[in-house]
Design a binder for this molecule. Structure first.
Ligand SMILES: Nc1ncnc2c1ncn2[C@@H]1O[C@H](COP(=O)(O)OP(=O)(O)OP(=O)(O)O)[C@@H](O)[C@H]1O
Ligand SMILES: [Mg+2]
Length: 227
């Protein structure tokens, strides 16, 4: 097994059969010891964060599989904190696609002159470039097309899948009385078939979820959702 990448929250290995293995760590993003799903640095280590992230990821990817939504998910081994996935190539040097239901985080920081904190947004989709040095800049569909990162047609596919997947997560959380404010997804192309797939993870680390108006930390979210 060959390690091909060491990320902020996961390590990536290539298996003998060509599939990838994602190994979930206890590191979470944030700053100065405070968790922030929008941050680009490892802010703190939380015992159990890797396992909780994997459990939630497995939960959501299993639901998506049942619904026939294309993802990289093959299987997960909770004891080993690993997930086997189909290898994908990313768009450009990697994109994040955000779906927003309420104005918080970077959206509020950017557009605070025009929105109130927590104001409802109608599944608003935004794409950002994965570029830590430049604080993951947002980019329009036209910008993605112009820079040859995505065609306008591929953008539509990505935006549609993002609304569909985020809706699935939102609905599942709602069953536990939890409201999804925003969520960040990653996509890639299946290295063999070229099909656009949801990749990476879906955990407390890449969404903001609230219960009774109070933000729920990733470890707590796992307990509430899987209870
Ligand atoms: N199926 C897949 N095929 C290829 N790469 C994948 C797949 N699923 C996830 N990845 C990538 O594996 C890495 C997982 O590591 P982690 O989430 O810790 O990275 P990160 O620190 O967020 O990474 P980055 O520095 O790229 O932002 C990410 O770069 C993600 O894009
Ligand atoms: Mg990541």
């Amino acid at each position: 097994m060959k390690q091909i990448y060491s990320g902020k929250t996961k390590d990536v290995y290539e298996l003998e059969d060509g599939n990838y293995l994602l190994s979930f760590k206890d590191d979470v993003t944030g700053e100065n010891g405070v968790f922030d799903p929008g941050a680009n640095t490892v802010g703190l280590t939380m015992e159990g964060a890797g396992e909780a992230g994997l459990r939630l990821t497995q939960h959501f990817f299993e639901i998506l599989k049942e619904k026939g939504i294309p993802t990289h998910y093959i299987d997960a081994d909770i004891a080993k904190r690993t997930m086997t996935v189909v290898p994908a190539t990313v768009f450009g040097k990697g994109l994040e696609v955000i779906c927003r239901y309420r104005a918080v985080g970077s959206f509020l920081r950017r557009y605070g002159k025009y929105v109130e904190e927590g104001q409802p947004l109608d599944a608003f989709v935004e794409v950002t470039l994965k570029d830590d040095d430049r604080q993951d800049p947002p980019i329009s569909a036209e910008g993605l097309d112009m820079l040859n990162i995505l065609s306008l047609e591929e953008y539509e596919t990505l935006a549609r899948l993002t609304r569909e997947i985020s809706g699935v997560v939102k609905e599942d959380l709602a069953k536990k009385g939890i409201e999804l404010y925003d969520i960040k997804l990653e996509f890639g192309r299946d290295a063999k078939t070229n099909e656009i797939l949801l990749i990476d993870e879906i955990s407390g680390g890449n969404m903001r979820a609230y219960k009774d108006g109070k933000y729920i930390e990733p470890l707590e979210l796992e307990k509430l959702v899987l209870a």
